[in-house]
Design a protein around this ligand. Sequence first.
Ligand SMILES: Nc1nc2c(ncn2[C@@H]2O[C@H](COP(=O)(O)OP(=O)(O)OP(=O)(O)O)[C@@H](O)[C@H]2O)c(=O)[nH]1
Ligand SMILES: [Mg+2]
Length: 237
Amino acid sequence: MLRAVVCLPTYNERENLEPMLRALGDKGVRVLVVDDSSPDGTGELADRLAAELDYVGVLHRERKEGLGPAYLAGFRRALAEDAELILEMDCDFSHNPADVPRLISAAEAGADLVLGSRYAPGGSIGDWGLLRRIVSAGGSWYARLLLGVGIRDLTGGFKCYRRRVLETIDLEAIDSKGYAFQIETTYRALRAGYRVVEVPISFADRTQGSSKMSKTIFLEAVWRVPVLRSRAIAGRL
Ligand SMILES: Nc1nc2c(ncn2[C@@H]2O[C@H](COP(=O)(O)OP(=O)(O)OP(=O)(O)O)[C@@H](O)[C@H]2O)c(=O)[nH]1
Ligand SMILES: [Mg+2]
């Protein structure tokens, strides 16, 4: 199997971290926890678990700056560590660790970027209320339409990149923080001509800890999509 590193961003995920790391233990992957100095002690817990579990590493960052910068730091470390596949997933069990091998298989079968997709045929979302459903499905639809791409789930955070994708798309130029980060990385991969494949997943609601989703994150995605498109038209992306 190709050498795979899962980047696992955490902010106040004390209840979820240990079960998540143990659930990933038999998947043949390395796990890089990227913790932004969580006040609840997630970072210290990660260090203790890394001392016990040889497949776990920890990257401590000083401040909470959003998911985008946390992922970029994780990607750079994973690339430096010779990973061939770099995955991203949430640490709240919304993404099922049992799906990791399916994403990896799709990459091994030839995809350059694999998206765990809630909106591909066979995919599903948990018990979200009507508003959250509309916002999420509407967001993917809006981005898909404005960017002119065929991807159904542009905002999901369960992904597997071939090393070459992250080496090609200009990581330094990405300054999106929230959902926009997911849209931007996938769009850049498509623009660079890479093969992007959606694998259906069942997305579950978190049961432990609390969501960091905010209105700012949502609004950032709304304004960044036309900006991305206009940059692409101007040949700057
Ligand atoms: N390092 C780091 N991790 C973060 C940050 N914000 C969120 N996370 C982590 O990113 C993952 C996704 O965040 P969530 O709070 O679940 O956000 P979400 O999945 O968009 O929203 P929900 O569906 O409501 O849970 C979780 O593992 C969080 O702990 C951040 O600023 N820094
Ligand atoms: Mg979540």
